[in-house]
Design a protein around this ligand. Structure first.
Ligand code: ZN
Ligand code: ZN
Length: 309
């Protein structure tokens, strides 16, 4: 079981991003959470996943103690069950900002008030709804760029391979590989110039340029002339980019909760509004109540349901 990380090794951000930065891993966790799948063949029959991919992902999830394997069943551990705010935040962002007709994202209903909702990000300490600009982040004792680079997601996915039906396409463009994740982190921690991204990502200039272009194409960053030096460009997060913050915040919070580096946390987040440490909580957009995993019902459109059910 990976709970305590090694001193000087990959930190909570690296380990967590290695889990959530993979579409199939998320899909496996999603079906365990929403449909209660526990058996190998249930996942195999639920989507276009190959036996090789399913086997490696299940093994990794057991190693990370997200799933527990016992007498032929893979059941979510407490740590696995608590991944629901991450999935909710991803779906909500994709629904609002991407709206891919192929994606077949589920709708979320709040059992308590009965309404279809989207989650609002709130501060646990003071309960107020927060935006990205209300939260300050800086590296903690196990932080730093090198230690935050995820292990196990360095390969780029083949575009020809099969993919889950519940696509979080642009989420994966942002967090589905190490350089994109590093760039996103740098942008949220205030990098705006090419040299700053290059230095923080520790990547060759061609890769930095490529990722900046992708982020601008998706509409998460916007490039504009630097007022001090007109022939330089600054890159800033757009509204769509800042709206991705709930995903970043829920991922980091989950990672910190379950993967402890001996030196302390990788990142310290502070809510500027109340001055206290920021822990994200999700609230229902319709009734305002704090969401609990058990009160969230996930509804899928029947249009693309697999045949044979
Ligand atoms: Zn607060
Ligand atoms: Zn509600």
């Amino acid at each position: 079981m990976i709970t305590r990380l090694e001193a000087g090794g990959p930190n909570a951000i690296a380990v967590t991003n290695g889990i959530v930065g993979d579409e199939w891993t998320l899909w496996i966790v999603e079906l365990a959470l929403t449909d209660g799948l526990t058996q190998y063949n249930e996942w195999l029959n639920a989507g276009p996943i190959s036996t090789a991919v399913l086997t490696t992902r299940l093994t990794r999830l057991v190693q990370a103690d997200v799933l527990n394997r016992e007498s032929g069943h893979y059941r979510l551990t407490k740590r696995g069950r608590q991944m629901w705010p991450i999935l909710l935040s991803m779906w909500a962002w994709e629904q609002k900002w991407v709206n891919d007709p192929e994606a077949n994202l589920p709708e979320m209903r709040h059992g308590k008030c009965g309404n279809i909702f989207s989650p609002l990000l709130a501060c646990e300490a003071c309960d107020s709804v927060v935006a990205a600009r209300d939260v300050r982040g800086k590296f903690g004792p196990s932080g730093g760029w090198e230690r935050s680079i995820p292990t196990g997601v360095t390969r780029r996915r083949a575009h020809s391979g099969s993919r889950p039906t519940e696509l979080v396409t642009q989420t994966m463009a942002l967090i589905g590989n190490r350089w994109s994740m590093a760039l996103l982190g740098a942008a949220f921690l205030g990098a705006t110039r090419f040299g700053e991204f290059e230095q923080r990502m520790g990547a060759p200039p061609t890769i930095v340029a490529d990722r900046l272009r992708t982020f601008c194409d998706i509409g998460v960053l916007v490039a504009s002339p630097n007022p001090q030096r007109p022939n330089w460009v600054v890159y800033r997060l757009t509204e769509k980019g800042r709206a991705f913050f709930p995903v970043v915040a829920t991922v980091i919070d989950w990672g910190h909760r379950w993967f402890h580096a001996p030196e302390g946390p990788a990142l310290r987040l502070t809510h500027a509004g109340c001055g206290r440490t920021f822990h994200p909580r999700l609230r229902c957009s319709e009734c305002g109540e704090r969401l609990r995993g058990a009160s969230v019902q996930v509804e899928r459109s029947p249009v693309k349901a697999c045949s044979g059910t």
